[in-house]
Design a protein around this ligand. Structure first.
Ligand SMILES: Cc1cc2nc3c(=O)[nH]c(=O)nc-3n(C[C@H](O)[C@H](O)[C@H](O)COP(=O)(O)OP(=O)(O)OC[C@H]3O[C@@H](n4cnc5c(N)ncnc54)[C@H](O)[C@@H]3O)c2cc1C
Length: 421
């Protein structure tokens, strides 16, 4: 049994280490020639963190990330609407980490290479196409250094190549570009003094205009934390720039709207002013599809279910995909059956989340505050009863598989010592 993984991002590297854990040889093909810490903030919910801890990466996560303790919503005047504990403070046996996406990818790459050997992650190899024949998958990759096309063969190929997945395109050639949801996000990570308790994810505003800020690890200067911020806004344009995680822009694109969002707990304009690199990204996803597994080929992570960032789930769900696929292989020695079962169990849940994420998610509380009290309020309880706030939060967490009691009670997807075959 041998596996090829296409894409050395968050899901692909987790897949590789998980397969190695159960004794299955695996090779990762990654398009970029050198893995550098690209991206800004990403949240790992306890369901994803559990899997990385079970892979032995707990200390590394703790070193590079922030264990987030609270999620707080505010209105556009910075008045508190709702606060909920997160991670261990919410009763989970595992923390939630807010983390720099690029540092996470570099950490996972190094861990994969340390465990599987350097040759297991082949960078600079861009997937071109695949064929299934004689009980094998054959795939062709462009070696970006030599310009040659190289061929490899395995029993299974896992497409973990992100929102523009070329593996997915082979099965859905007419799918086209991701769907634009009418909003743009401007994002950055900058060293800043801690705000609130130094471990809070704060979201302020309403559906059409909002800011998000949270620490994602230690800062490089004393007394600072690396702080992720986002300004998100509905825009009139129908044709957004093609989504590119690395598109840099100036603050004038959004500062007219958010330049006065200065609260007693966060000076957002000052945060923006102190930032040197701002990235622009349109809010996109793709329609759910009705199949991920095609005999010996399957999809995980953003290749399978690119979703809007409502509830901060893409990274965690990508990790859980990799672990559930590993569990499916442990349960069924026949790879075709295992991939079909992974598809049958996991896809409906992720398709449901993808569609739900087009709605308000836990941010519904903020939107209600805007609709019912657009000029602010004296007491939030006069605007939204406590039970209504609680039910919004509970409803989302259950749908997202973030129920603490259920997660704590669930046996491991990959029990210690489990081996394939
Ligand atoms: C550069 C970059 C920056 C990002 N920044 C953020 C961020 O700041 N915040 C956030 O929440 N999410 C970010 N994301 C997305 C986030 O990583 C994913 O939503 C989530 O973690 C799921 O991970 P994934 O492994 O499925 O996809 P990704 O993390 O997108 O990984 C896909 C990998 O596949 C590789 N790849 C693509 N095409 C091919 C091909 N043809 N052949 C071989 N390899 C290929 C890519 O180079 C990438 O390494 C970023 C993604 C990328 C690629």
């Amino acid at each position: 049994m041998k596996v090829m993984v296409v894409g050395g991002g968050i899901s692909g590297l987790t897949m590789a280490m998980s397969l190695h854990q159960i004794g299955v040889p695996v090779r990762v093909y990654e398009a970029v020639r050198e893995v550098s810490p690209l991206g800004v903030g990403l949240n790992l919910q306890p369901n994803g963190v559990r899997e990385l801890i079970e892979l032995g990466l707990g200390e590394e996560l703790d070193r590079i990330g922030t264990a987030t303790r609270n999620l707080c919503f505010f209105n556009k005047f910075g008045q508190p609407v709702w606060r909920e504990p997160r991670g261990r403070d919410a009763g989970f046996d595992w923390p939630q980490y807010s983390i720099h996406r690029g540092k996470l990818q570099v950490m996972l790459t190094e861990a994969t290479r340390a465990r599987l050997g350097n040759a297991a992650v082949r960078t600079g190899h861009q997937f071109q196409r695949l064929e299934q024949r004689g009980g094998k998958v054959v795939a062709w990759f462009l070696d970006r250094q030599t310009g040659q096309v190289v061929e490899d063969e395995a029993d299974i190929l896992v497409g973990a190549d992100g929102i523009h997945s070329a593996v997915r395109r082979q099965f859905y050639p007419g799918e086209g570009e991701p769907l634009f949801a009418g909003q743009i996000l401007w994002r950055a990570a900058v060293d800043a003094p801690p705000f609130l308790d130094g471990a809070t994810m704060a979201i302020a505003g309403h559906f059409h205009q909002r800011i998000v800020a949270y620490p994602i690890g230690p800062g490089s200067k004393p007394g600072t934390l690396l702080t992720n911020w986002i300004a998100q806004m509905t825009v009139a344009t129908e044709a957004p720039p093609r989504e590119d995680w690395n598109r840099k822009v100036g603050k004038e694109r959004f500062f007219d709207t958010f330049g006065h969002w200065k609260f007693d707990w966060l000076d957002f304009p000052a945060l923006v002013e102190s930032t040197s690199e701002i990235f622009e990204f349109p809010l996109v996803d793709r329609h759910p599809v009705d199949r991920w597994s095609f005999d010996r080929v399957t999809l995980i992570g953003d290749a399978a279910h690119p979703m809007q960032p409502t509830g901060s789930q893409a990274g965690s769900q990508a990790i859980v995909d990799a672990r559930m696929l590993t569990a499916a292989l442990l349960a069924d020695r026949d790879p075709v059956m295992a991939l079909a079962k992974y598809d049958a169990v996991r896809r409906p849940v992720m398709n449901d989340i993808t569609l739900r994420n087009r709605g308000f998610g836990p941010e519904a509380a903020m939107q209600l505050a805007e609709e019912r009290a657009p000029h602010g309020f004296a007491r939030i309880e006069d605007v939204i009863p406590r039970e209504e706030l609680e039910s919004i939060s509970r409803g989302f967490q259950q749908a997202a598989g973030l129920d603490a009691a259920a997660l704590n009670a669930r046996p491991s997807f990959v029990p210690p010592g489990a081996r394939f075959g």
